[in-house]
Design a protein around this ligand. Structure first.
Ligand SMILES: Cc1cc2nc3c(=O)[nH]c(=O)nc-3n(C[C@H](O)[C@H](O)[C@H](O)COP(=O)(O)OP(=O)(O)OC[C@H]3O[C@@H](n4cnc5c(N)ncnc54)[C@H](O)[C@@H]3O)c2cc1C
Length: 306
């Protein structure tokens, strides 16, 4: 019910105008999104890097349904990478890319070609690309494209979602030398046939996957705000003798900034996921709709910086 209301709101330009002009919204958006323009993204990146954080930038796009839209997103990433390198922000800053934004839903080859162009630009800029993971119907296609990209760009990062039943096996597959893997809980509403449904089961799966990645040969990227999982990550880092160059923590921009700073202070590598772009409204609303619990997630973040 709540999900349908939020989804309806996300499609309504009247609600968008209302939300976009409300004073409260500006604070929410500023807290979670760098801004609408590439310059805003560069400014926020500079601040984070000056604070000792690494960054991964996500250009927010609305649903991509035409090749022109897909190519425009690719071009924005190419521009961004040049600007990041020019500003001396690479390799601390890399980019996160959604294949759906590059055309995956209607033309897989186009999405691959676009991702390849972005990976080549990232190489030139001296940094890396991570492929975000979307709903489970795209997992195989995304992992196929990842495998193809890694032939020429071995540092391309993958994302695996602990809520999927298949993920332990994907972790085993990807825990090899040079393989960058972001482990997150997963943000989409998925059916029981493919995904654990309870928080407890998801958390247990996260720990099993974390153990596989931290004991393997790859480069684990532990993306979570969950204090218990972060503590387990710290414990395994000590156990497997992984220093700051051999794994990292990742969190979203605006969420638990004090915890991000604490981990940096402890000497860990911490990367902030920084979204920017005109389409922040769709981004925030879809995050809420995908998981109405995110209302609490964002609400909690506004109240607490810890
Ligand atoms: C860097 C990054 C990249 C991501 N990429 C993807 C992706 O490609 N695909 C995808 O499906 N999902 C992605 N996600 C989203 C992810 O899957 C989860 O939906 C999201 O991170 C929430 O899960 P959580 O692990 O943070 O813990 P939750 O289960 O949301 O929270 C667990 C506990 O963490 C603490 N906590 C959480 N939020 C807050 C807060 N705001 N303030 C204070 N304490 C808090 C609380 O103690 C809470 O009980 C990404 C997340 C991150 C951080």
């Amino acid at each position: 019910m709540l999900r349908s209301v939020i989804l309806a709101a996300s499609r309504s330009s009247r609600v968008e105008r209302l939300v976009a002009t409300a004073p409260f919204t500006r604070d929410v958006v500023r807290r979670f999104v760098a801004g609408a323009k590439t310059d805003d993204a560069l400014r926020a990146t500079r601040e984070l890097v000056d604070d000792g954080l690494a960054v991964t930038l996500d250009n927010l796009g609305e649903d991509t349904v035409t090749p022109d839209q897909a190519n425009a997103i690719r071009d924005e990433y190419l521009r961004l990478l040049k600007l990041l390198a020019g500003a001396g922000l690479t390799p601390a800053a890399e980019v996160s890319v959604k294949l759906s934004a590059l055309g995956q839903t209607f033309d897989e080859q186009l999405a691959y070609d676009n991702a390849r162009a972005i990976s080549a630009a990232a190489d030139e800029a001296g940094t890396t690309v991570t492929l975000d993971m979307e709903d489970h119907t795209t997992t195989d296609s995304t992992l196929d494209i990842l495998a193809k990209l890694r032939k020429d760009h071995p540092s391309t990062g993958a994302v695996l979602q602990a809520y999927l039943r298949r993920t332990e096996s994907d972790c085993r597959e990807l825990a090899s030398a040079g393989s960058r893997v972001r482990l997150c809980k997963g943000a989409y509403k998925e059916p029981e046939s493919v995904a654990y449904q309870s928080a407890r089961e998801v958390d247990k799966s996260y720990v099993r996957c974390l153990n596989i990645l931290m004991s393997g040969d790859g480069y684990p990227m532990l993306a979570t705000h969950d204090p218990r999982l972060i503590a387990i990550g710290e414990d395994r880092a000590r156990w497997f003798d992984r220093g700051p160059e051999r794994f990292e923590f990742q969190m979203l921009y605006g969420i638990r900034p004090e915890e991000q700073a604490r981990l940096v202070g402890e000497g860990y590598t911490v990367r902030t996921y920084l979204p920017y772009g005109e389409d922040w409204y769709g981004y925030l609303m879809r995050r809420l709709a995908e998981r109405p619990a995110n209302l609490a997630f964002f609400g909690r973040a506004l109240i607490s910086k810890k």
